[in-house]
Design a protein around this ligand. Sequence first.
Ligand SMILES: Nc1ncnc2c1ncn2[C@@H]1O[C@H](COP(=O)(O)OP(=O)(O)O)[C@@H](O)[C@H]1O
Ligand SMILES: [Mg+2]
Length: 251
Amino acid sequence: MTEKAEKLIIRLQEVTRIYKVGVEHIHALDGINLELGENEYVAVMGASGSGKSTLMNVLGCLDRATSGCYELDGQDTTKMSDATLARIRNERIGFVFQSFELLGQLSALKNVEMPLIYSQNGWWSRHMRAKNVLERVGLGDRIKHKPNQLSGGEKQRVAIARALVCNPSILLADEPTGNLDSKTSEGILDLFDQLYREGQTIIIVTHEEHVALHARRTIHMRDGRIYSDLPRDQDPAYNTTMQEDAREEPE
Ligand SMILES: Nc1ncnc2c1ncn2[C@@H]1O[C@H](COP(=O)(O)OP(=O)(O)O)[C@@H](O)[C@H]1O
Ligand SMILES: [Mg+2]
């Protein structure tokens, strides 16, 4: 956890996730220890198969650890019933995926309203909340559009709005720019930067260095383990980029 963070949001202790395939046991997570505080912006990096998505699924309460302890907002999720875990997931976690995962028949507004269906709020308050968050991600003029009437970047903004609408403790994004061209990707990364400045806690999975450099802390995974966990200014990749930028600076 960095110095800035005061409140602990995530604590993993010796977390494993073992998949059984026939007689084989795959240690997708192999003893993960991790603490994450409020308003951190973390990039999780690693080669394909290193366990990044499995970690996201466990952090997002979509999946359970095989062993170890996972505390979210001070509550031990390990012992929760499936129903409690589902409620916690809906209230505290916002997911963003590479493939957007929007409902094609519904407008941007209805997609964003979806997670609020379980809340006690009436339709007008759900409508206003969804509209406000679409405005926050820069889509105030697209709320009636359906996904096939939106560009890739706009679709991802709708997905981000949907992830934010319940005001989650953490925003989890698994390769959120993986399906976008580089200019559109930069727009989405600028939006994450904005959300971070507004106080959002963000975890972003990526295999791309330039994406990870937006985060303030970088975790590298290999074979289901964390092998480095550094603040950005101690990350060799960040320092190399900064030196290159400094060289490009005009006299
Ligand atoms: N549902 C599953 N069943 C069996 N093995 C899986 C499953 N999901 C992932 N794995 C294995 O777990 C390891 C980690 O996978 P994953 O978390 O998807 O890695 P990454 O997201 O870093 O590419 C890989 O060896 C993968 O093949
Ligand atoms: Mg993955």
